[in-house]
Design a binder for this molecule. Structure first.
Ligand SMILES: [Zn+2]
Ligand SMILES: [Zn+2]
Length: 236
């Protein structure tokens, strides 16, 4: 059975709304200021707000968890996260653990950091009603009526999780990007904690049947690209 979904363009961050039993699961929110645009997009699709039953955060960064607290307050949705996200979410800030993936990104973002200010958002408290995973989880989504699995895909951040549907459609958050390609990115995250882990995560996605990659930043692309560039960068 195919799971149908919508791609929501909320500026820099693309979010995905997947159909589940009796409603929807949203993958990621955008920056805090993206909330109004999100409401408009949902309205355009004719989807009732209260039907968003779950919010899966691919990781805790401010461009993904930005309006999570507001959405939880409005809908009462349950949050699905990796356990490593709980602490930074409770503080409402992006952990400063990453390095630019190359020199060009370092140059581009030296200015951005000054303009952007602090990487903060309203803190999100994970409670007993929420669903916390500690690694790969093959059954959770199925129990919600979604034919797919959750994979732990660290490298960009230690709490990064991805969703691989049984038809190969794959939502990776920032585990891979199609963004700022003029900087020689080649689908890598522009900021990384551990590039070797990024490539291991790409391998894991391939092993679990990823076919089409839907990133949070940039347009969808074929998973073949990750295979090709992993080989190019690692020689494996
Ligand atoms: Zn991120
Ligand atoms: Zn991001």
């Amino acid at each position: 059975m195919r799971t149908s979904f919508y791609r929501l363009n909320l500026g820099i961050t693309k979010c995905y709304l997947l159909e589940c039993s009796g409603g929807y699961l949203l993958i990621d929110t955008a920056y805090p200021k993206g909330y109004e645009r999100f409401v408009k997009e949902i309205d355009k699709l004719g989807i009732e707000f209260y039907k968003i039953h779950y919010l899966l955060l691919t990781h805790h960064h401010d461009d993904h968890a930005g309006f999570a607290t507001r959405l939880v307050e409005q809908t009462g949705c349950k949050v699905i996260v990796h356990q490593n996200a709980i602490l930074p979410l409770s503080r409402g800030e992006s952990e400063d653990t990453m390095e630019p993936v190359n020199h060009r990104i370092r140059a581009v973002f030296s200015l951005f950091k000054i303009i952007h200010g602090e990487f903060r958002y309203p803190p999100l408290a994970i409670t007993d009603k929420d669903l916390v995973v500690s690694g790969d989880h093959f059954d959770l989504l199925k129990s919600l009526g979604i034919e797919g699995k959750i994979l732990h895909t660290p490298g960009h951040s230690r709490d990064s999780i991805s969703v691989v549907l049984s038809d190969g459609n794959t939502f990776v958050g920032d585990a891979a990007m199609n963004f700022l390609n003029f900087c020689g990115i080649k689908y890598r995250p522009i900021f990384v904690e551990d590039i070797d882990l990024v490539f291991e995560s790409w391998q894991k996605l391939a092993e679990h049947g990823a076919k089409q990659i839907y990133p949070a930043h940039g347009s969808p692309f074929s998973a073949q690209k990750l295979r090709r560039y992993r080989r190019k960068f690692t020689g494996k």
